[in-house]
Design a protein around this ligand. Structure first.
Ligand SMILES: Cc1ncc(COP(=O)(O)O)c(C=O)c1O
Length: 452
């Protein structure tokens, strides 16, 4: 049997003779285990993934997933649009496209960005496979192993996974309920520069942040721009949720006030649907050129089909109205979550109050570890994402991310009721037996795309 494992074969179940699923990670079954590039050692599936497979069962209320509620789209219309696209423009839609992306779609993207005060030309836009690919390409062209990336603490799990894959060193900058703390940013930059550590960029999600749900206030926006400009640090502004604010007009993007110092990443994943996988980067000319080359080397070109479908949607459909409908839906769910937390959680638990986007960030009482209580929560049929996934250094064990984007309001209330019960039980255990030691944790804990 050991022989077989060493040669990477799938072992048969001794009882049934059937093939068993290969155990891949850390097992001798991988014949190439010592051949991977050093960067692949950081690519490990999260130990909580298996738990989330259970959490996706219908009886579990998942406050974990960051999936947009695409059912709210007029799906018949999308179907017609796609069918019409093939019939009328098949030879173009089914052909390779340009590495930079469809020119007409890039014009339309500029129109979308104008809602956040950005005036840019289509020539500076690169269409990417979701903003996730833009993040990957930016990291690929800027990061050598060991280079420093600054990011809010906590930060988006998908970005941390990308930075880890390219062997960047992520240094977190403090954040509060008004976004990144400028003083902490300045101090961190100073300390790193003094230590001779090369900072390649600041990665920030200033509006309706994932996972914390907070938004960088107006005064701080200018301060962050000034601090980075003085230090010559490029900013990556990741803004997939900017148009999903519940009150008033969209915030002005950082990029609107510094076209040369900010690379802006946008996406249609939350304002239309992630299945199209259409996002983009808006970058100063020199960076744009590198992005196009990196894009071509990665995938030759984005799918012409989905780019034209999104372009067609923007041309023929009332997309601003659709965003409004999404906002109303998500506002109702945000309210359901906040009201339920207020009514049901023990007073020692605190949380953020997002003015848009998908997420609430909750903080547990002293002595509770969100990752340790997840199995019990799942057995009580409620799921969340533990805070450790959102820090590169494995801290965050007293926090959890609660998403309100996908479950219906009644389910959200039921989920909070179950979660509050679990937390109360954990507090009783803590009071009886003292605090358990939080499990050691290091590295990026990527829970998987549906939880991003
Ligand atoms: C902050 C942030 N950035 C980027 C992404 C990636 O989005 P996509 O690749 O679908 O555009 C997500 C997805 O959840 C996100 O939350």
């Amino acid at each position: 049997m050991t022989e077989e494992l060493d040669h990477g074969q799938t072992p048969a179940n001794p009882e049934t003779g059937a093939e068993q699923a290969p155990v891949t990670q850390g097992s001798r079954i991988d014949a190439y285990v010592d051949r991977y590039a050093a960067r692949a050692t950081g690519m490990v599936a999260s130990e909580i993934r298996a738990l989330f497979a259970v959490a996706s069962r219908p009886e579990v209320v998942s406050l974990a997933g960051g999936m947009p509620y695409v059912t709210a789209l007029p799906l018949d219309m999308v179907g017609e649009l796609v069918s019409d696209l093939v019939t009328r423009r098949g030879p173009v839609a089914l052909q390779y496209g340009s590495g930079q992306g469809d020119p007409h779609l890039r014009e339309q993207i500029c129109e979308v960005m104008r809602l956040e005060g950005i005036h840019a030309g289509a020539n500076d836009v690169v269409v990417t496979v979701g903003s996730q690919q833009a993040l990957d390409l930016m990291t690929r062209i800027f990061i050598d192993p060991g280079d420093v990336v600054l990011a809010e603490g906590p930060s988006y799990v998908g970005a941390l996974g990308t930075f880890s894959a390219y062997q960047a060193k992520v240094v977190h900058v403090a954040m509060d309920d008004q976004g990144i703390v400028p003083e902490s940013l300045a101090q961190t930059i100073y300390a790193l520069e003094t230590a001779g550590a090369p900072i390649k960029f600041l990665y920030t999600i200033p509006t309706f942040q994932n996972p914390a749900g907070v938004t960088l206030n107006v005064a701080r926006r200018q301060q962050v721009l000034d601090i980075c400009q003085r230090a010559g640090i490029l900013i990556i502004e990741d803004n997939p949720y900017g148009l999903l604010g519940f009150d008033g007009e969209p915030m002005r993007a950082l990029r609107a006030d510094n076209p040369d110092g900010v690379v802006y990443l946008g996406s249609f994943s939350k304002t239309l649907a992630p299945g199209f996988r259409v996002g983009w980067a808006l970058a100063p000319h020199a960076i744009r050129d590198k992005l196009v080359l990196a894009m071509e080397s990665a995938v030759l070109s984005h799918s012409s089909f989905t780019q034209l479908a999104v372009g067609q949607y923007l041309t023929t459909q009332p997309w601003r109205e659709q965003i409004k409908a999404f906002k109303e839906l998500y506002r109702e769910r945000r309210d359901a979550l906040l009201d339920a937390l207020e009514a049901l959680m023990p007073p020692e638990v605190t949380w953020t109050r997002p003015a848009g986007g998908f997420f609430v960030w909750a903080t547990l009482p002293e002595g509770l570890d969100s990752k340790a209580i997840l199995p019990r929560a799942v057995s009580e049929r409620v799921a969340f994402v533990p805070g450790t996934g959102f820090y590169a250094d494995g801290s965050g064990n007293r926090h959890m991310r609660l998403s309100y984007c996908f479950p219906e309001p009644d389910r959200i209330r039921e989920g909070v009721r179950r979660l509050a019960g679990v937390i109360e039980q954990e507090m009783q255990l803590r009071d009886t037996f003292g605090t358990g030691s939080a499990r050691d944790h290091s590295g990026v804990d990527t829970p998987g795309p549906d939880l991003a």
